[in-house]
Every structure is written in structure tokens, then in C-alpha cells.
Design a protein around this ligand. Structure first.
Ligand SMILES: Cc1cc2nc3c(=O)[nH]c(=O)nc-3n(C[C@H](O)[C@H](O)[C@H](O)COP(=O)(O)OP(=O)(O)OC[C@H]3O[C@@H](n4cnc5c(N)ncnc54)[C@H](O)[C@@H]3O)c2cc1C
Length: 265
């Protein structure tokens, strides 16, 4: 099986703090990581490869040259090949332009299964995976929390909903979007880390490499139907009120009154 995993390098948003004075995000020193859902996707791909001998896992990322580090990490975990899609022409892309570009790169690869994360923790839209499937004209299953293979061309996946689960059979080629629960990512091995930097290659594909598969009207800022007009931090909450010297009954009444006053209940 030819498996392609899309992995985005993202700032570790659990490390982003708010400056209480300026109310802006403190980004300095925030490490970049592989998006957690994508890391689960890489692990699921490696497990699929172990189940189906002869399989290969290619990891692909669109981003600036620094995203090389994320791809080396994926190689050190055991992926076979890595492609970095990087060119100034792709900058400023919204999800439509991002997915058009990634799909154009995937068209140049052999694939049976494409795995993306459900959602990236920075952009948070959960749109790129389904859009890639649409661009490629292949079936998709999102919110996958379990994955197995039947025969040579069928995946059996469990899909998570808010209140239920669904088991779906899907023929390859197909795309699935992985939840972080799909698989516990393995650690890189020391050997793997050495190989990732000394033996393996991260191919870098720019606009010229995608000329025959990409539609230039659908890339970068110019090819983005949406544009971020303004972005700002949410106001920090007020200091709150402390209710003192009340009996339990009085405290309950006071809280309920307050909630009613604010139309919360
Ligand atoms: C209106 C708008 C304007 C934007 N303008 C800019 C801009 O000017 N500059 C800028 O840097 N960003 C911009 N962005 C952010 C950019 O669109 C997103 O980073 C990108 O489209 C991915 O979307 P997401 O983070 O919501 O990913 P999601 O859709 O949440 O990601 C789902 C999955 O898709 C895959 N995936 C997503 N992105 C990549 C990637 N780059 N490489 C590999 N796999 C990927 C991953 O597997 C990921 O788990 C903009 C976003 C919007 C909505």
C-alpha cells in the first residue's frame, strides 16, 4: 500500500501565553511541533505499513523551509520519504489554496491511502483534509479513531460522532482524517534520528515542480477566496466576585440570582 500522510508544523499552542499587560499573545520561544492529529496519522500509517508488507509511507508538508525539522522527525519515526512543498508563491494561502497546492503535490505521488489530521491546532478549521479529497475526487472519511485493513483495497474505519460511532468500509484510493486518539505516536529512535539527517532526503518541491498538476489561479494569497481582515486577542475575563460569609443556602440563592440576572439560566 502507498500511504501518504499530510503533516503540518504548528506552534505548540499549549505553550502560548497571554501578556496580561498588552493582552497580546507571547509567541517568543514557543516551540514548533508536528500537529498532534497528524502525529497520530503518522503512527497509524506506520502501523498500516507493518500490517501490509511492501507498503511505503510518504510524509508531505506545505510550509516554510523550517518545516524541514518536522519532516525529519517523521522520517526518524520510520516514514520512508518526505516532501516539503515550499515556495513564496504558496504564501498567504487560506484552506482552499492550501488544499489545492497539497493536492497538486499528491497528484505527483502514487497513493492508495491519504491520511491527514482532523484539525490543525493553529488554523483550527478542519477543512484541509476534506478539501484535498474533493480536489482528488476520492472518497473521504473524517474523524477516524480506529483503522484496519481488509484484503488489499478496503479500509475499515471507526468514525467518531458526538453521541455515537460508525464503522465504515471504504475502498482505496481514499482519504481519512485522523483524530489524535487514532494511535499513540511512537518515539523517534536514535538510529532513526541519525538516518533522518544522514541517509534520508527531504525533497523540496516549489511551484516549478508542480507546474503540470497545479492550477495557478488556486494558490497563495491571490488564489485564496478568503482573507484574514483583522485578528485580535480575546479580552481577559474580569476579576470576578467572591461571595463571603454566606450559608450554603444563601450562597446557592445568590449564585442562581446572578446566573438569572445574566440570562445564563
Ligand atoms: C482566511 C484565511 C487566511 C489565511 N491567511 C494566511 C496567511 O496569510 N498566511 C498564513 O501563513 N496562513 C494563513 N492562513 C492559515 C492557513 O490557511 C492555514 O494554515 C492552512 O490553510 C491550514 O488550515 P488549518 O490550519 O485550519 O488546517 P486544518 O484544516 O485544521 O488541517 C487539517 C489537516 O490538514 C493537513 N494540513 C493542513 N495544513 C497543512 C500543511 N500546510 N501541510 C501539510 N498538511 C496540512 C494536516 O494533516 C491537518 O491536520 C489563513 C487562513 C484563513 C482561514
Amino acid at each position: 500500500m502507498k500511504i501518504v500522510v499530510c503533516a503540518k508544523q504548528v506552534p505548540d499552542t499549549t505553550e502560548v501565553k497571554l501578556d496580561p499587560k498588552t493582552n497580546t499573545l507571547i509567541r517568543d520561544g514557543v516551540p514548533s511541533i508536528i500537529n498532534p492529529d497528524d502525529k497520530a496519522g503518522i503512527e497509524a500509517a506506520l502501523q498500516l505499513k507493518e500490517k501490509c508488507p511492501g507498503s511505503t509511507v510518504t510524509v508531505i508538508s506545505m510550509g516554510p523551509p523550517q518545516a524541514d525539522v518536522a519532516l525529519r522527525e517523521a522520517l526518524a519515526m520510520g516514514c520512508d520519504d518526505a516532501v516539503l512543498v515550499s515556495d513564496r508563491a504558496f504564501g498567504g494561502a487560506d484552506t482552499w489554496a492550501t488544499s489545492s497546492t497539497i493536492a497538486a503535490a499528491i497528484k505527483k505521488l502514487d497513493y492508495d491511502v491519504i491520511i491527514t489530521g482532523r484539525q490543525a491546532i493553529d488554523g483550527d478549521t478542519a477543512q484541509v483534509g476534506p478539501q484535498i479529497a474533493e480536489h482528488l475526487g476520492i472518497p473521504q472519511v473524517s474523524y477516524v479513531e480506529e483503522l484496519d485493513v481488509e484484503g488489499t483495497d478496503t479500509l475499515v474505519v471507526q468514525r467518531q460522532f458526538e453521541d455515537r460511532h460508525q464503522i465504515i468500509e471504504v475502498k482505496t484510493p481514499c482519504l481519512i482524517t485522523a483524530l489524535a486518539e487514532l494511535a499513540d505516536p511512537r518515539y523517534m529512535t536514535v538510529h532513526g534520528a541519525f538516518d533522518a539527517y544522514r541517509e534520508k532526503e527531504v525533497k523540496v518541491w516549489g511551484l516549478a515542480d508542480l507546474e503540470d498538476t497545479v492550477d495557478q489561479a488556486n494558490i497563495g494569497l491571490k488564489g485564496s477566496p478568503t482573507r484574514v481582515k483583522k485578528s485580535f486577542t480575546k479580552q481577559a475575563k474580569g476579576a470576578g466576585t467572591i461571595l463571603k460569609d454566606l450559608s450554603a443556602d444563601e450562597a446557592v440563592t445568590a449564585i442562581v440570582d446572578k446566573l438569572q440576572e445574566k440570562h445564563i439560566i
